[in-house]
Design a protein around this ligand. Structure first.
Ligand code: KG4
Ligand code: ZN
Length: 328
């Protein structure tokens, strides 16, 4: 059974074809990084215009590459992200998906983008079955979720303010490193001392599972104001150390509270090499997707959609995307 996945929730246009639950036939991403770079962040109006330009050519390329000659006969299901995300961006993907579902007479599944991130790990690891804990860390989200079974999620904790990826992006902007900030900070941090600047680990002493990154960003700003001659490499390394430590301490806490020691980490920040190094010594077992599945992609949406379809879910053509859709 072939599922077509479509993802347009933020600034990446992506399409994928998935055979059954895990066999990824092909997937493509049209990145808009170059378009948003000059503005230092994603410009919503520009993002939706670019999705509009990119989606149909990308879909044609996917069908060509997968040698799909007769889509209505060969594609059996369409899965599309319906939130959370930018409304204009979501509308492009969902409208295209609805039109194709109607024209091809195939069922449609609206997929929560966060559930998609959970399935990026499922695609990569055969032994990842619920119950497990998942940490979703991206430009828009920092959430710890208990996956009781697929389709049954419980929010354990989230950020009070900025998402961790957003903090990477904002600190990079302070340092004039460009957008997106995460990969730039990671690169600069390689030449720095993670303990050069005594930045606090946010929420370190709080007994609850919650995150906060806006104070850490402000601490970086004050450190730079006090000493403008700080080495950029040291600032990056110290910020990265504190931000990743904040994430991992709360994973430790979630493992302790739930007694579950399988932890699936996904989202753009899961690509971070310092994070990947630091989980090595943990008592819990970490699952991470390959780098190309960490950031937004339609493969994970197809996988989540296929699973939902097998659980009996169907979405009517009348569904409306929800920019602040929650998972649990
Ligand atoms: O999952 P994603 O592609 O899109 C959202 O749903 O937000 O995540 C993008 C975020 C950006 O904030 C970016 O700076 C961050 O992930 N990111 C990283 C790294 N690669 C991407 N953060 C830290 N280290 C990285 N290597
Ligand atoms: Zn995402």
């Amino acid at each position: 059974m072939l599922t077509l996945g479509i993802e347009t929730s933020c600034d990446d246009t992506s399409v994928a074809l998935l055979e059954n639950n895990k066999n990824l036939r092909c997937f493509l991403v049209a990145s808009q990084l170059k378009d948003h770079e000059t503005f230092g962040g994603v410009v919503p109006e520009l993002a939706s215009r670019k999705h509009l330009e990119n989606l149909i050519p990308l879909l044609s390329q996917l069908l060509d590459e997968c040698e799909i000659k007769n889509p209505p006969r060969e594609i059996h299901l369409i899965a599309v992200t319906d939130g959370p995300g930018l409304m204009g961006s979501l509308l492009i993907g969902t409208t295209a998906a609805k039109a194709l579902a109607q024209a091809w007479e195939v069922p449609l599944i609206a997929v929560n983008h966060l559930e998609g991130h959970i399935f990026s790990n499922y695609l990569a690891h055969d032994d990842l079955l619920p119950p497990f804990i998942t940490l979703i860390i991206s430009g828009g989200h920092t959430e710890l979720i208990l996956v009781r079974s697929f389709g049954d999620y419980k929010l354990l904790g989230a950020t009070r303010d900025d998402a961790v990826g957003e903090a990477f992006d904002k600190v990079a902007r302070l340092l004039g490193l460009g957008y997106p900030g995460g990969p730039m900070i990671e690169k600069m941090a390689r030449g720095g001392d993670p303990f050069a600047i005594p930045l606090p680990v946010p929420m370190a002493d709080s007994p609850s599972i919650e995150f906060s990154f806006s104070g850490l960003k402000t601490a970086v700003l004050w450190a730079l104001k006090r000493n403008p001659n700080l080495r950029v490499e040291d600032v990056c390394a110290s910020f990265q150390r504190a931000a990743i430590e904040a994430l991992l301490r709360k994973v430790d806490l979630a493992v302790k509270i739930t007694g579950i020691s399988k932890v699936a980490i996904s989202g753009g920040v899961a690509a971070n090499s310092w994070l990947r190094e630091k989980i090595e010594g943990k008592s819990w077992h970490a699952y991470l997707p390959p780098i190309e599945l960490c950031t937004d992609n339609a493969a994970m949406i197809a996988a989540a959609g296929y699973n939902a379809y097998k659980r009996g879910e169907r979405s009517p053509l009348s569904f409306v995307p929800d920019p602040s859709k929650s998972l649990a």
